[in-house]
Design a protein around this ligand. Structure first.
Ligand code: GAR
Length: 192
């Protein structure tokens, strides 16, 4: 069976990316990571790509803080298309994607977010959940649209908030669940 060609985008340490690459390596995910792209020069996700022998690149994002410079986004599309990417996987990518990417990969960009959306979109969602006094939070995989964490939800998993949780302990518990959920959802795309 043909392997699903993934392009993985991230800005941070890359633990979700690692979980995906591990499942590809052990044969439980019928996919191939074609390229890993980061908008942060020293992002751990690039080291992980190197460790797994996946082509990777740092893409200077340009002058904006929350999105890519339009010419950079056009270049990103070109890179992903040239690599033959079929599904774009955002794994801790902290910028909003705009028309060039959304038009090039309609219904083919997914993201993982550390809350039970539509609750707590945006940054540090685990902190938002803690401050709101939630007893249960979780993570969501969703399609990416033009909004912030607003696209159609594909799958969610709950995570308890425990007495004495700090933002760090809660985020760590959510991330354990993320690393299980994201490869499972990608496998569904690979089997479709
Ligand atoms: C993950 O918890 C992911 O859900 C979150 O960034 C973290 C990246 O961790 N993404 C967002 O908040 C997107 N709005 P990682 O680099 O270890 O995969």
């Amino acid at each position: 069976m043909k392997k699903l060609a993934l392009g993985i985008l991230g800005s941070g340490k890359g633990s979700n990316c690692r979980a995906i690459l591990e499942q590809i390596r052990d044969g439980s995910l019928n996919a191939e990571a074609k390229i890993v792209v980061a908008d942060v020069f020293d992002a751990g996700i690039l080291d992980i790509a190197r460790e797994f022998g996946v082509p990777n690149t740092y893409m200077p994002p340009g002058k904006f803080r929350t999105r890519l410079e339009p010419s950079v986004e056009v270049e990103l599309v070109r890179m992903l298309q040239q690599a033959g990417v079929e599904l774009v996987v955002l794994a801790g990518f902290m910028r909003v994607l705009k028309e060039p990417m959304l038009a090039a990969f309609p219904g083919r960009i997914i993201n993982i977010h550390p809350s039970l959306l539509p609750k707590f979109p945006g940054i540090e969602s685990w902190k938002q959940a803690l401050e709101a006094g939630e007893k249960i939070t979780g993570c969501s995989v969703h399609y990416v649209d033009a909004g912030i964490d607003s696209g159609e939800i594909i799958a969610q998993r709950k995570v308890p908030v425990l007495p004495g949780d700090t933002p760090e302990s809660l985020h760590a518990r959510i991330q354990i669940t993320e690393r299980a959920l994201y490869p499972e959802v990608i496998a569904r795309f690979a089997e479709a």
